[in-house]
Design a protein around this ligand. Structure first.
Ligand code: PMP
Length: 367
């Protein structure tokens, strides 16, 4: 027997994670490069101090104040015919990673299957593995859009309990049309959940609606969001979902008691008071994203359409050499996605200049 006595299927596996290297330009984990202001940090610090005075007690298990804040934030993003999202429709956890793990703990499990369409976010199969849920990945079309016919077929054959539909998708940046999401919700019906992962939702281009608009029409639809990306709070670890209250109630069965610390709740509630400031650079980042896509195409690269704060570009015969060449010049991007492609997060103008300069040198050297 080898030690430690790890589950058979976990033996020899590497922990998931992007390299955390200390380099001048980090464009590899899709964070917002603009941090909170000193005034916002002070307000958060005051709230945390208040929470610290009560740290001898467990926090609010149902995180009610936070759910109310998140519900009103989401209500503002329900489109032209808007509807109200109530606190009972919201559930939060330590990152949307944990939200999705809880979804599979409650709705996946042995004998059940979760599906998605590759290329897709590489943590989904890990949530499935960790909850003993079956995992099947269909394929996206060549332009990384969803082929509705193929998606229908996969749902019909697999009868999934959970369908993960990231929109905008990671690593491609592609968003889904609401009609596709609605059709899949109808097809899956009451026997499963359709989870639209909108981690990058706030970066979507004008004219791309949020799946939040579809919530009143489909009780099996779950929309997940995070404060890690547009909200400029990756260090906070706060993700959340909006769904039918019965779904939130079911998650309460599997969540660990007091899973959101008093410090986390205080920080998130305080950060929500500064929504306008924290989201203040989203328009700048979207413009920088569009400029980056245009520049890469001008250089002759293929670039996936992006509604996110990153873009996937290629194709390279040896993408690792390009990744390494950039790193040697102090620019860290991500070697992820289909072979031949690389992903770059959108940073500040100075960081994007460094990226463009380094890429021009590296690809010049490799030619
Ligand atoms: N979904 C997608 C598509 C992501 O890219 C990420 C982070 N890279 C997450 C979810 C998880 O984010 P977090 O746990 O920080 O909310």
């Amino acid at each position: 027997m080898t030690f430690p006595p790890l589950r058979e299927e976990l033996r020899g596996l590497e922990p998931y994670g992007a390299p955390q290297l200390d380099v001048p330009v980090c464009l590899n984990t899709n964070e917002n490069p603009y941090g909170p202001s000193a005034a916002c940090a002070d307000d958060i610090a005051n709230s945390v101090r208040e929470a610290a005075l009560g740290l001898n007690r467990y926090p609010d298990r149902e995180h009610e104040e936070l759910r109310a804040g998140l519900a009103s934030y989401l209500t503002a993003d329900t489109g032209p015919d808007g509807h109200t999202i109530t606190p009972a429709q919201v559930w939060a956890a330590n990152g949307s990673n944990e939200v999705m793990l809880q979804l599979l703990q409650a709705f996946g499990g042995p004998g059940r299957t979760a599906i998605s369409f590759a290329p897709t976010y590489s943590m989904y199969p890990e949530y499935a593995r960790d909850t003993h849920t079956g995992w099947v990945a269909g394929r996206r079309a060549d332009d990384f859009g969803l082929d509705l016919g193929a998606a229908r077929d996969l749902v019909a054959t697999e009868r999934p309990s959970v369908v993960f539909l990231p929109s905008p998708n990671n690593p491609t940046g592609t968003a889904l049309a609401p009609a596709v999401i609605g059709e899949l919700c109808a097809l899956v019906g009451d026997s499963g959940l359709v989870v639209v992962d909108e981690a990058y939702g706030e970066f979507r281009r004008g004219g791309t609606p949020s799946a939040l608009e579809l919530l009143p029409a489909h009780r099996n639809l779950v929309v997940t969001r995070t404060m890690s990306k547009a909200f400029a709070a990756a260090g906070l670890r706060l993700g959340y979902l909006a769904a039918d209250p019965a779904i939130c109630d079911a998650i309460r069965i599997v969540r660990l008691p007091y899973h959101l610390s008093a410090v986390t709740q205080a920080t998130a509630v305080a950060a929500l008071r500064h929504t306008d400031e924290l989201l203040g650079q989203v328009a700048t980042l979207r413009a920088e994203r569009d400029a980056t896509v245009a520049w890469l195409r001008d250089q002759g690269f293929e670039v996936a359409d992006s509604d996110a704060n990153f873009c996937l570009f290629g194709r390279f015969a040896d993408r690792h050499a390009v990744w390494q060449g950039l790193l040697d010049r102090g620019v860290l991007i991500r070697e992820v996605g289909p072979d031949g492609w690389l992903r770059v997060s959108i940073g500040t103008p100075a960081e994007m200049t460094a990226f463009r300069t380094a890429l021009t040198q590296v690809t010049g050297d490799l030619r």
